[in-house]
Design a binder for this molecule. Structure first.
Ligand code: NAD
Length: 462
């Protein structure tokens, strides 16, 4: 149990925690749940892609109508309260795809100021902008990056579990290409994703959004017996997938439990085995039919063997790199180059798990940081290599997530990791799972070669 949650559970505890300057961790809206209040749309000279995408999602946007100055209260110094929108929004979508000049950034400020204290809990700020690669001229490119600075700061200033994220729209992307991303960001599925920026282009293969996006599709999840992997398996199962749950033979009981719960199958396999890719394909064919193909492979299995580099021996080095990076590469290499029964479908998704330790480094984790930064490098390299195939490769980089892996971290460090993000709490395994499910969705093939942090906007590497 999180010590702050315990403290805030009582009046006296709340008093002490507040006096100590500890933030009250807000309860986050999770799952396939939209905000309660209206989704306000602010348009800044764009071509209407924000409006068109909301329309596709069946959302009628509210108008950013400000309250009247005479209705605003004043503080003790006589200063007028900041303007707010008449109806408290659940989210604001700022379509800044037409912003090219420094002076136009003022429009973003004016739209966002009223929501900084006037958004419902677990509200959303979503900014759409045109990617720097799709605009001409120094000012436009600088301005695109300027919007990134706004997003990251807004994420830090929002309160009560609200998040801010920026989506850069790449050349040629249309509303249908953005729909899965906007839907993910508006819903509670993105609860622990804040201050992040990623790029969305035209879908490699066009698909509509679907409530059960993985129905009839096989998804392989490694390290599925517990922690984040079990949450991934359950989330894909919720969304209709036939889940193949993979884990070490010694985790067999827990693994079978997860697989049975989902009506999937369990494969006891050490992923570092040289023939792991072959065995995964053979299992899929034998258990799910010779015609079955893998829609998505989720490389989740991972280990830590922490030591300061001064004390780090070869064994700890080798095992972490083998499980976290080399095994993933070998499995991918087999599946991408062998058209065998139970192998990768022609259109497919490959996702991995990096870490904020890979983004920023972490004391005592040279081996882990090397492996996780390696996962990010792999994503970027594979995106280019697979550019002509209908396969996307992405990763998530979790921050502090409450699992058995992080329960092993000493108490004080654990508390610090939990608090040093914009949402003042550790993430739930389901937060990582939801982001992976979004990336693997049939309608998400415009999202390729991205690493999305699921870290509550952790200060580490921010
Ligand atoms: P965990 O230790 O709770 O679970 C990992 C699972 O992987 C276990 O069931 C384990 O048996 C399995 N596994 C390990 N080696 C394997 C192998 N060789 N073959 C097959 N299965 C193997 O870990 P977790 O916290 O759920 O982490 C899951 C992933 O998320 C890992 O890649 C981890 O590095 C990453 N991650 C976690 C956090 C966090 O805060 N928990 C943060 C960043 C990244």
């Amino acid at each position: 149990m999180d010590i702050l949650e315990t403290l805030y559970g009582t009046r006296a505890g709340k008093f002490v925690a507040n006096k100590a300057g500890l933030a009250d961790p807000p309860r986050l809206r999770r799952g396939r749940v939209l905000p309660t209040g209206p989704v306000v749309l602010g348009e800044l000279d764009g071509a209407g892609i924000g409006r068109a995408t909301l329309e596709l999602l069946g959302i009628t946007p509210g108008q950013p109508t400000l309250d009247l100055p005479e209705n605003r209260t004043r503080d003790e110094n006589g200063r007028e309260q900041a303007p707010r929108y008449v109806t408290k929004p659940g989210a604001i979508v700022v379509d800044a795809t037409g912003v090219r000049e420094i002076v136009q950034l003022e429009g973003i400020r004016a739209l966002l100021r009223p929501v900084m204290r006037g958004l419902e809990p677990s509200g959303r700020v979503i900014i759409l902008a045109t990617d720097a690669s799709a605009v001409e001229g120094l000012e436009a490119k600088a301005v695109a990056q300027g919007i990134d600075g706004i997003n990251r700061t807004v994420g830090k200033e929002l309160r009560a579990g609200s998040t801010s994220n920026l989506v850069f729209v790449k050349e040629g992307a249309k509303a249908g290409d953005l729909a899965s991303t906007l839907s993910f960001l508006l819903e509670g599925r993105s609860a622990f994703v804040s201050g992040q920026t990623w790029r969305v282009g035209p879908q490699k293969v066009a698909h509509d959004l679907d409530a059960k996006p993985f129905a009839g599709r096989v998804v392989v999840v490694t390290g599925a017996a517990r922690g984040i992997g079990a949450a991934i398996a359950r989330t894909f199962g919720r969304d209709g997938a036939t889940v193949v749950a993979v884990d070490m033979p010694q985790s067999g009981d827990a693994l079978a439990k997860v697989a049975n719960e989902l009506g999937g199958s369990a494969l006891q396999l050490d992923i570092t085995a040289a023939d792991a890719g072959e065995r995964i394909a053979a299992h899929v064919a034998s258990r799910h039919g010779a015609d079955a193909r893998i829609w998505a492979i989720v490389h989740n299995a991972g280990i830590t063997r922490d030591k300061l580099l001064a004390n780090l021996d070869e064994k700890r080095w080798a095992s972490v790199l083998d499980v976290n990076l080399a095994a993933e590469m070998r499995i991918n290499a087999f599946l991408l180059s062998h058209d065998v029964p139970g192998g990768l479908a022609e259109e497919a998704r490959i996702v991995g798990i990096a870490s904020t330790s890979g983004v920023a480094g972490n004391k005592g984790q040279t081996n882990y940081a090397a492996s996780k930064a390696g996962v990010m490098g792999l994503v970027w390299a594979m995106r280019d290599e697979l550019a002509d195939r209908p396969i996307t490769v992405n990763a998530v980089a979790p921050g502090f997530i409450e699992t058995e892996m992080t329960a092993a971290i000493p108490f004080i460090s654990r508390e610090i990791f939990r608090r040093t993000n914009s949402l003042s709490q550790g993430g739930d395994p389901v937060d990582v799972a939801e982001t992976l499910a979004y990336l693997c969705g049939p309608a998400s093939s415009g999202v390729d070669g991205q690493v999305i942090r699921v870290c509550g906007q952790n200060l580490v590497g921010a």
